[in-house]
Design a protein around this ligand. Sequence first.
Ligand code: 4NP
Length: 140
Amino acid sequence: MVCLGNICRSPLAHGVLEHMANEQGLDWEVDSAGTGNWHVGEGPDRRSVRTAREHGVDISKQVCRQFKVSDFDDFDHIFVMDKNNLNDVLAQARNKADEQKVKLLLSDKIVPDPYYDDKQFEPVYTMIEAGCRSIIKQLA
Ligand code: 4NP
């Protein structure tokens, strides 16, 4: 799961997909990263932590990291939140196989950055939950 900062959206997507996979008994490795490096080493934004907790998902122990080229080797699927993330990750692809791993979490719309609007965290959570449910349906 990849967004810009790896403190708001992708930690939620990481936590929600991991939670759903565990519920289904799926042995999936789920992780998240940001295309930017501003928050590396920090925990998720407290608004994301709170929103996830309200839905029974604990993301408080995640640690922010930056996306790296070896993620193309380590993961089968790379889900991004918006078009900027898509372009930034695709720019690091080494070949067609890398490119084919990268998809928007929601095929028909972007997950907007909630960083500057507290009220966006709940709707963003709902969008991310729908995306994760669809991943479970398609890949389980
Ligand atoms: P995210 O939100 O990409 O959903 O983690 C952001 C958080 C912080 C910044 C940008 C986006 N930032 O520029 O610090």
